[in-house]
Each structure stands twice: as C-alpha cells, then as structure tokens.
Write a protein that binds this ligand. Structure first.
Ligand SMILES: *[C@@H]1O[C@H](CO)[C@@H](O)[C@H](O)[C@H]1NC(C)=O
Ligand SMILES: *[C@@H]1O[C@H](CO)[C@@H](O)[C@H](O)[C@H]1NC(C)=O
Ligand SMILES: [Zn+2]
Length: 441
C-alpha cells in the first residue's frame, strides 16, 4: 500500500501513475529500446507485394547480421536475380552434427492504408498501448529481428553453439514460394547445409500458451463441369446442366457442414478437417444486354478450394469426388489440381511428430518451459507456409512465432505486435537456440 502523507506525495504519485499509464520509452532498457527501433526500421522497408523491396531488405539485414559476426551468403534462384535469398550462419563447434535452420520470409501481403489507424509502413509505436502497427508486424517480420537479437544476447552471455545455426530469409512465400523456398529446398546449397531441424513461422495465440504447428494442409483445386439438355426457361425437365451442378453443390455442402461442424463443436482444429469452399460459379448464356433469362444453358461450372490434412486418406477423398460429388452418370466431369506431394520421401504423411519418436520435439518443448512458457496442443496449420518444403524432404520442422495474448492479425487491417510481446520473443529464442544448438542426440 502506498501511504500519502501530504499533497507533495500525492502530486508525486499522480506523476508516477501518469508515467506508468503512458508507458514512456524509458520504461525499457537502452538495449530493448534499440531492439524495438530495429524492428520498426525493418518494418518500414516495404516488402509488400506486388513489388516487394527485396534489395532494401537485404541492404538492411546483411550488414546487421555481419555486425554480429555471422557469415552471410546471398542466393538467387531466378535468372533476373531480383529475388535474393539470404543465408546467415553462426558456425557451431561441431560441424559433424546436422544444423539448425530458422526461417522467415522477407515479403508480406499488401495493405489498404485507408483501413488502418496508422499508415501500414510507418511502423508507428503507440506508447500508450505498446503496439507497433505495421504490415508484417506479426507475419513475419518480427522473426529475423528476434532471431538476431537472441544471437546478440547469447553472444553477450559467452555462449557458443555446438551445432551450426543457419537463418534463411526468403522471398515470395506469400505468392507460393516457387522462386523462393521451393527452389531453395531442391538446391545443392540446401543439401550442403545438412539441416537436422527447422523452425518456421507460426501464428499469434489469444491465450498465454504458445501455439505450435507440426504440419499444414495439402492445397487442392477442384473444378466441376456439368452438361445437360438445353431448354426453354419455362419448361421443367430432368437433366439440365444447372440442375446437375446444383446436385454436386448440394452434396459438397453436406460434406462441408459435417467437417465444419466438428470445428464448431471444438472436436477438431480448423487445420484438422477437410475444408471445401466454392470460390466461383459460371453458368448462363450472355447476350449484349445481359444474361438470357428464358433459356436453360447446356453447361455450368463451379470451382472449389479444397484443403486436406496430411494425415487424411487422400484416395478416399478422390473416390468421394468421383463417385459422390461429380458422378459421370449425372453428366458431371471434374478436374483436380493437386499441389505438392501427399507423402514425404520415406512414404510417410508430411507431418513432424510431436511425441517421443521425435527427439527434437522434446528439446523444443523443454526450451519453451525453461523460458517460462507453455505450449498449446500442437496444431495443423489451415493454410500452408514454407516449412512444408522441408517436411517433404523428411526433415522435422515446426511452425512457431512467440506471440501470446495477441489477436491474430496476419493479412488483416491494423496488424500490430505489442513491444513487450516482441521483446519477450527475443528471450524465448535465446532459450530455443541455446537448447537446439547444444543438442547432441
Ligand atoms: C446428360 O446429357 C445428355 C445430353 O445433353 C442428356 O440427353 C441426358 O439427359 C443428360 N443426363 C443427365 C442425367 O443429366
Ligand atoms: C508419434 O507421432 C507420429 C506422427 O504423428 C505417429 O505416427 C506415431 O505413431 C507416434 N509415436 C508414438 C511413439 O507415439
Ligand atoms: Zn507468413
């Protein structure tokens, strides 16, 4: 209890309270303030699509890493050399052991400034709330700064890694990674890194438990085309193209509701079910004045976005599409575009085990506990990120971004990360890097 003896004390208390409420910058140490400024500086380099400033990001990150004594290499997987992939290395004392890879993508999605309370590339630091507002604040431009500042902290503590630590900073994740991690994962340079374990981006958590992702879903595209008898708009008959297409959509909607129901009931995470959503529909006969209204067309078409958990029996899904969603006897045909493999090189589902069968898992889990953190139940990501290219090679990889008690704002308006959450992340990575790079098993 604070005892107030006179008006002078009262005044002092008011001043103290006001300074706590307005959270002045000097609430942080000099180092912490510098770390927040580095975060802001990086966020101010606009790496949003459609024209990410990769040269600007490289010009910021390479000297920064070199100032910490890290080795740096710039790789290019496109002929025009406009998409740098930066590789930063902190050599370990035992090069015979496999290495640790920490990944982050350089790019971000665009932002619509008119919907933001602060300009998305100004990295405004709101001292009242501690929030740093910027596109990329959560996804995922916090990561390289946290990785590098954790290394700074470990170096200051005199720590030397046993395993070599690499950081990859890659282009184009937000547009599929074709000229980024996909080519990198297939390269001789990647093979030479001898990666034993990888950490990639995860997502913010609404609670005080960190979220961790051990797989992501397969991305499929399904187009169903219906044909049928054309006819007058006034005539009722069986086997019109639109009717056939509606049969397909009805069946898919039934399946979708069953899957979504498990998520709504809390029995499955959003990444643990098959999602299927209609994304376009095409039918009708166009005339110069609009759609012809008194004619039933002979063709109709629908496109679905389909996401499959890696543990799902894909043959079963394909059979369902063929026999139930788009049966030939209803004049339905389909085209299925499957991106990426459904099994890793060893023929297993593309997931990283989060149990005793994976020694890296317990090293990671213990590092989080030693940092004073808690892990939520491991999840499958509903979308997909670069770590899938590494899992496909049979290398364990987890998705993790140390953001607790934080709204999930990736790709959203007013994306922000709170200064204290950002700074705690640096400490968390100190524990993680220390543990992973010392692991001898
Ligand atoms: C399939 O299309 C053909 C040719 O238009 C038509 O004769 C037949 O009735 C249609 N059958 C069904 C089930 O839609
Ligand atoms: C560990 O997890 C993997 C993948 O999720 C599973 O296939 C395996 O049976 C589990 N092993 C043990 C020992 O629980
Ligand atoms: Zn991301």
């Amino acid at each position: 209890m604070l005892r107030l003896r006179c008006s002078h004390d009262l005044l002092l208390a008011v001043v103290l309270l006001a300074s706590v409420l307005s959270r002045p910058a000097d609430a942080f140490t000099e180092l912490e303030s510098a770390q927040i400024r580095l975060f802001q500086d990086y966020l101010r380099i606009c790496t949003a699509h459609p024209s990410p400033d990769y040269a600007g990001a490289a010009g910021f990150l390479l000297p920064y890493a070199e100032s910490l004594g890290l080795r740096t290499v710039t790789l290019q997987f496109t002929p025009c050399k406009s998409k740098p992939l930066l590789l930063l290395t902190w050599p370990g004392t035992d090069p015979s052991l496999s290495s640790i890879l920490l990944n982050s993508h350089l790019d971000s999605v665009p932002a619509e400034p008119e919907h933001w309370v602060h300009p998305p590339f100004a990295a405004h630091h709101d001292v009242a709330t501690g929030r740093v507002y910027a596109r990329g604040a959560q996804d995922d431009k916090c990561l390289p700064i946290q990785y590098l500042e954790a290394i700074r902290g470990l170096q200051a503590a005199g720590f030397a890694p046993t395993r070599t630590l690499h950081i990859s900073l890659v282009p184009d994740e937000e547009i599929g990674g074709r000229d980024g991690f996909e080519k990198f994962a297939q390269s001789e340079e990647f093979r030479a890194l001898n990666v034993g374990f990888m950490l990639d981006e995860g997502q913010a958590s609404l609670t005080d438990e960190f979220r961790v992702f051990y797989g992501d879903r397969l991305v499929w595209r399904l187009i169903v085309k219906a044909t049928g008898m054309p006819g007058h708009g006034s005539k009722m008959f069986d086997g019109a193209a639109v009717e056939n297409l509606m049969d397909c959509i009805e069946t898919v909607v039934g399946f979708r509701e069953a899957q979504f129901g498990m998520v709504k009931a809390g029995n499955r995470g959003p990444g643990e079910v098959v999602s299927v959503n209609p994304v376009y529909m095409k039918a009708g006969t166009l005339s110069p004045t609009g759609f012809v209204m008194n004619m039933q067309p002979s063709e109709a078409e629908v496109g679905f976005d389909l996401r499959i958990p890696p543990t799902e029996d894909v043959e079963h899904i394909i059979r369902r599409i063929k026999e139930e969603w788009a049966p030939a006897h209803k004049n339905l045909t389909y085209q299925l575009m499957k991106k990426g493999p459904t099994r890793d090189l060893a023929g297993r589902p593309i997931v990283t085990p989060t149990n005793a069968s994976n020694p890296w898992w317990s090293v990671f889990e213990h590092a989080i506990i030693s940092a004073g953190g808690k892990l939520a139940k491991p999840e499958i990501l509903s979308s997909s990120v670069d770590s899938r290219f590494v899992r496909q090679l049979g290398i364990p990889a987890l998705g993790f971004s140390p953001m607790t008690n934080t709204p999930i704002l990736l790709h959203d308006n007013n994306e922000f990360l709170e200064d204290k959450v950002f700074l705690r992340g640096i400490k968390v990575y100190e524990h993680i890097i220390r543990a992973l790079s010392s692991f001898r098993g």
